[in-house]
Write a protein that binds this ligand. Structure first.
Ligand code: ZN
Length: 68
């Protein structure tokens, strides 16, 4: 199983990037990025076209590849 983990954006934009982490190793995202402890409150993800949140595409690709 996987869960989503928001990484606070460090480039100046307001939007966090959502990475995917494995339940087995929640410190490392599927794209190989080390994420901070979940200090950011995870809110439910909704399909909002106006949302500025972004999803990490390497993570998404990894999920789709693994979850055949
Ligand atoms: Zn990622």
């Amino acid at each position: 199983m996987y869960e989503m983990r928001a990484e606070p954006d460090r480039t100046g934009s307001l939007a966090p990037t959502w990475h995917v982490v494995s339940k087995n190793d929640s410190r490392m995202s599927l794209c190989g990025r080390q994420l901070p402890a979940p200090a950011v409150k995870i809110t439910r993800i909704e399909e909002d076209p106006e949302s500025t949140e972004r999803y990490c595409s390497p993570c998404m690709t990894a999920v789709h590849t693994t979850a055949g």
